[in-house]
Design a protein around this ligand. Structure first.
Ligand SMILES: Cc1cc2nc3c(=O)[nH]c(=O)nc-3n(C[C@H](O)[C@H](O)[C@H](O)COP(=O)(O)OP(=O)(O)OC[C@H]3O[C@@H](n4cnc5c(N)ncnc54)[C@H](O)[C@@H]3O)c2cc1C
Length: 434
């Protein structure tokens, strides 16, 4: 930790945290405690809570919102994550609730769906599950009921932190409910799983290094549309086009009118304009007409959200007794579905490390191993892979076009060493977890 950030008298981290806490000092406070505090009931925070709860560890989860976020985000869970779900007891429910994609993924042209390359589908034991991340969160919430050592509090926002390293504890200052009750919550460790705009990360002054893509933003929409009637289209489709590039995939939800589909489509980022849902819907309708076959005016738009894309990583995932996980620690563009995948595997490594420290007396330096390992996984695998996935869809740069053509040629005429390499690449998201 930087010297200038330390208060010499107490080893508490200085402003803005300290100022924040001084402001709380004069207000009526609720006091509570737990062995581990988790800030954020997104899928990463909830998954960490589940793994810790299964070990009997006393956990308090806080989330600023009143319920699990319903915005259209992650939908794909790959074998590497599904294997972990088996160990955490949620696999059967996830498979039952989602769409089992044994067909694989295709790269296609817009509108006609003309196939450029196809990967997967030749081994029925290897599949992905498509399931909205809010549905995954709800499954984890249902399982958490079995573990009374885990408590959950919605509508409670983290606003201040005392990272008391010399006292081996951390104090979270939260504001709860419409009455704005101030809560002072003490724990030995705190997990910041509070998403890309993480308050925990900001309070600790940890920079989020990297960049934001300034060329395109994403419009993510869930639509109900009978795309299955067009036999050229599969359950997961990457659309290759410099302007219309998109990901079109089943969300896992089936309605009377057919499957729900996620359309995450790149849109030139004009910058500075405020999000206007009505205008965005008009643009989406035009985009659907150019992107998909058939009478797209019949598509029912269920949800729509804008997203800025980033390739960013926190400069460290640990500061004293606070650790970061998921989007709070790293952000990537969504092409290829590696963001939540990497976040869930963070929890999968972090929970056993905390268990060893809290229940088996191992040193807290284990958290350094967690932080370095997972940061390395993001920087060495997730970030370059997701960047290449995105560029492959839209770039007209000669080198990228050649890389795309070479890759498609290999995929279309697969040889065993190449497929083995691809499989091992996916494993590298977790291979260092133990
Ligand atoms: C369009 C799109 C598609 C995607 N598709 C995929 C995919 O298919 N596969 C994949 O792996 N990833 C995908 N991702 C990425 C994925 O959505 C994120 O990586 C994932 O949401 C990260 O989960 P999280 O739990 O870390 O954070 P979040 O889901 O952002 O949860 C953070 C939680 O913290 C809470 N919070 C925030 N601030 C505070 C505070 N101060 N106090 C208390 N609580 C707070 C929030 O309310 C929220 O509930 C996609 C993303 C987008 C945008």
């Amino acid at each position: 930790m930087d010297r200038h950030m330390i208060d010499d008298n107490s080893t508490s981290v200085l402003s803005p945290r300290r100022l924040c806490c001084q402001n709380f000092a004069n207000q009526a406070q609720e006091q509570s405690s737990s062995a581990v505090t988790i800030i954020g009931a997104g899928p990463v925070g909830l998954y960490a809570a589940l793994l810790l709860g299964r070990a009997g560890i006393d956990v308090q989860v806080f989330d600023a919102e009143q319920f699990v976020s319903q915005s259209p985000r992650a939908i794909a869970y790959f074998p590497v994550v599904l294997g972990d779900f088996k160990k955490s007891g949620i696999y059967d429910d996830v498979v039952a609730a989602g769409f089992k994609n044994t067909i694989g993924v295709s790269w296609r042209k817009p509108k006609t769906g003309g196939q450029l390359a196809h990967l997967g589908g030749n081994d029925p034991t290897k599949f992905a599950i498509h399931l909205g991340q809010h549905d995954l969160a709800n499954i984890i919430l249902a399982h958490l009921k079995k573990y009374p050592s885990v408590r959950l509090q919605f509508d409670a926002r983290l606003e201040g932190l005392d990272n008391l390293v010399s006292e081996d504890r951390v104090i979270a200052h939260l504001v709860r409910g419409p009455e704005k009750v101030v809560v002072r919550h003490v724990s030995r460790f705190l997990i910041g799983a509070d998403g890309g705009r993480s308050t925990a990360r900001k309070l600790l002054g940890i920079p989020l290094e990297g960049f934001t893509w300034s060329d395109f933003q994403i419009i993510a929409a869930n639509i109900i549309y009978d795309l299955d009637t067009f036999s050229d289209w599969g359950p997961a489709n990457f659309i290759v086009d410099p302007e219309l590039w998109s990901v079109v995939a089943k969300t896992g939800t089936k309605t009377e009118k057919g499957y729900e589909w996620r359309v995450a489509t790149g849109e030139r980022d004009v910058g500075g304009e405020e999000w206007d849902e009505e205008k965005a819907l008009i643009r989406l309708r035009k985009r659907l007409e150019l992107l998909l076959p058939g009478p797209t005016e019949e598509a029912e738009v269920v949800k729509i959200s804008p997203y800025k894309m980033h390739q960013r990583c926190a400069s460290t995932f640990r500061n004293g007794n606070v650790v970061l996980a998921g989007d709070a620690a790293h952000l990537t563009n969504p092409v290829g579905g590696l963001g939540l995948t990497t976040g869930l595997m963070d929890s999968s490594l972090l929970a056993p490390a905390l268990k060893k420290i809290l229940l088996e007396g191992e040193p807290s330096t284990l958290l350094d191993s967690y932080a370095e390992t997972r940061r390395g996984v993001f920087l060495n695998y997730t970030n370059p892979t997701a960047t290449a996935n995105r560029q492959r869809l839209l770039s007209t740069d000669a080198d990228t076009v050649k890389e795309r053509e070479d890759l498609f040629a290999k995929i279309n005429k697969p040889d065993i060493p190449f497929l083995k390499d691809m499989f091992e690449a996916e494993l590298s998201i977790c291979s260092t977890r133990d």
